[in-house]
Write a new protein. Sequence first.
Lengths: 282, 654
Amino acid sequence: MSLFKALKNGAVNVVSSYKMILLVWITTLVLALAVAFPLKASFNMIFGSSMAIERLNDGFDIGLAGDIGRPFGAIMASLSAGAFVVGTAGFFLMTFFAGGLFRRFTLAWGGLRVSEFLRASASNFIPFLKIALLMMFIIGAYTFVMIGLPGILNMTVSGSQMPSGRFMYLFYGLWALGLPVWLVVADASRRWIASTGSKKVFRAIGSGFRLLRERFWLSYLTVLAVFLLNTLFIALTFWFSARALPDRGMEVFLFFLAAQSLFILRLFMKAWRYAAVCESAQ
Amino acid sequence: MRTFFSVLLCLLPFTAGGQIVVNKPLSPRLTGYDINAVLDPEEHTVNGLMTAFWVNHSSAPVSEAMMHMYLNAFSSNLSTFTAQGRWSAAGNDGWGWVKVKSVTDGIGNDLIDSLRYVSPDDGNTHDRTVMRVGLPVSVAPGDTLTLHMEFISKLPSPIVRTGYEDDYHFVAQWFPKFGVYETAGMRQRETDGWNCHQFHPTSEFYANHSVYNVSVTLPSDFVTGSGGILIEEIDLGDGLKKVVWRAEDIVDFAWTAWPGYKVLTRKWRDVDITLLTTEAALKKADNQFEAVIHALEYLDERVGPYPWPHLTFVDPPLSGAGAGGMEYTTIFTSMGGGAVPSFLKMAEMVTIHEFGHAYFMGILASNEFEEPWVDEGINSYWEQRIVDHYYGDGYGLLKLPFIRMSDTDQGRLSYITSPGHNLATNDLPSWMYPHNSYSTMSYNKAAAWLHTLEGIIGTETMDNVFREYYRRWAFRHPSGKDFIAVVNDVVKTRHGDRYGEDMNWFFDQVLYGSGICDYRLSGITSNKIRSYSGVVEGDSVSYTRSERSSDTLYLSRVSIERLGEVKLPVEVLVRFDNGDEVLETWDGIAGYRDFDYTGTGKVVWAKIDPYDKIDMDVNRINNSYTLEQKYTASRRMMNKFVLFMQMMISIFTL
């Protein structure tokens, strides 16, 4: 199979799985809103009828923290705790839904009903969780070797407080080029679990490495292409979010729609990687 | 040129009547120092031979001299500095001290047995940072006391302001130095006497403007810098060199030596600026020069000229970071900022702050021990003005798409969030502030009320105040009361009695009082005025309500309160639904005030201090009130937070 065909078939599979992607989106939205709504309510309560709320217009003015006083500390504590809970729950949820998505992308033909999708998600959750944790550990170690150690060396030699210079850019680049290798292994391992129904995690990871060895360029370039597009898209989304300053009610609502549309697209693009790896393994 | 300077220097008597650095003496030059020193980089000691003089400018004979021996602050864990602070020596080699090995006066009298340590601030008998020199013959008015001293200074480690770390040396407060002999009337003093304080964690500066001829012998591979101009550098052979510096009319002489320094130079008008930095911080050198030049330009335009033709500043390496953020007139230390991202102007802020000290303490030489607000407060106020002027009003210190902070707000934030901000008055000596409130009070509260004063009298008048303060008091040791007198004179001249007979009412509250300032807009009401139908023989009373029309009248009320003790005049901006705006003023003296309006428009919002003039108001959230709150900002923030969390979840999962 060619690179183009893997990407194309993957894209078609993702688009046809739109119901599942939207389910993932709704879940993350509800999760994030569970923290964001109390945060908004806290700010509204603190500001009441004060026009000082205008100082949030151009980003958060830290000078306001003093005027808010003690409640600011409480808000920050709640925010940190909330972000941690959302992050952790989000990790489990995304791992859970990955089980259903991989099942969908390994089917020779046809789709999955939502109930079948959820059943497949539940069935694959534990092995997927193990693979996710294991691969995250491997990626962490890889990052330490590729960036951490050269950074420490750089700081020791230069006496600087931060790694800097072209030397470090070289390692950042090498790290980015190597990262898709681990993504291929992670995705191919999960594909193996989803297609075989086996729960054997290490055999699955072995299968991931086998795909990497047997179809290195196809699988690597497939993931690299999607990875680069995803990175660009993420940067664009953050840029948009940072720059957008809607200041009227309808504009704020339109911003919400635009932001969520971007996130849905991001979910499609991430699932595209799953589907493309599954295609390249056919 | 250096040879010429060397010859000239040899021809000069050490009393330095001649000029090398500046065209004519800037100060009375009541003290001066000739020091020949040798740095031992293995033992981290400086052996010195010093000839120092002091001129009795009083009208009475003086029988003793008082000298700073500030390195002794690091000599034990019972000194006032270590007891008040948290410094401890890095092992037995880490203690620092200065010892006088011999001392004679100008006619050869041995004074070594007359030396006594005294502790004028706290009576701590373990503190040896102030030395009394008993004189066998009193110094007559107009006469000069000359002391020939041999001393040895051992630098402390880890570095706090001064000291060493491996081969890095920052040598400050290293030689016996005269205190200031104040005559009656100077700084509102009643009788003549020495003003010589112990070395404190919070303060270390009050000295005469002096002339320094300093030579240091040290290994050839050390790169050096100091507060003087380099006269010559002599190769002594055997891997040694001798560096000769001269400085005129500065309050302290510090120097540094380290093989790793990179030396960069720039010129601003007639000032040669030298930066000693590290390899790692080289990329930030342009920013650092830019910051210094911003400060030079800003203060030159608004206060007065920088009077010396040279300025050296240092970005210490990580190992010498303890030397950072200090000032010794024509040499000051910043922070390299190599690790600080460009959106955070922390290194620039430190550079501007320390240059400000070099400028204000260097030129005006107030008493940092007794009136820290005159030094730290005034300097912080100007630092905040400079940073926000050049790096962005509203985001001078930090600018990111999601978050921002001005330097002025940073100072105000520190003041209003400190639990000790209303415990004490702002005129205490540095070591007397309770509950660790020194920084809050002397830096941030003072800066906040100086911004407030600027808000009340106007920026132009404030600049005139400082121009006059500089003109009257440069090189003359002003006190806080001298500054207030300048404020009163300038405000009177420019505004007459607009703010009362003088501005003492302001200083009595903010400087000599401990109260806080807080105004609150407690509410807005707008009621339709009912048409009165009348009373008929006392039988009936009827009113008619008219539908809203262009001639419907409303009675609106804006209610404001003073919650704090500080009473300041405030402005109140009131906005009506027909677009009209009214700017009211209130003297702020009573506990509350209602503003009533009758007209066709209803009040929709009102703001106390709409132009943020009252920087010391501890709560600005309660300064405004609107009947049309939309909360769009918090909704937008929530939407961005939601997207951010979703993206993070999608990024950090496989």
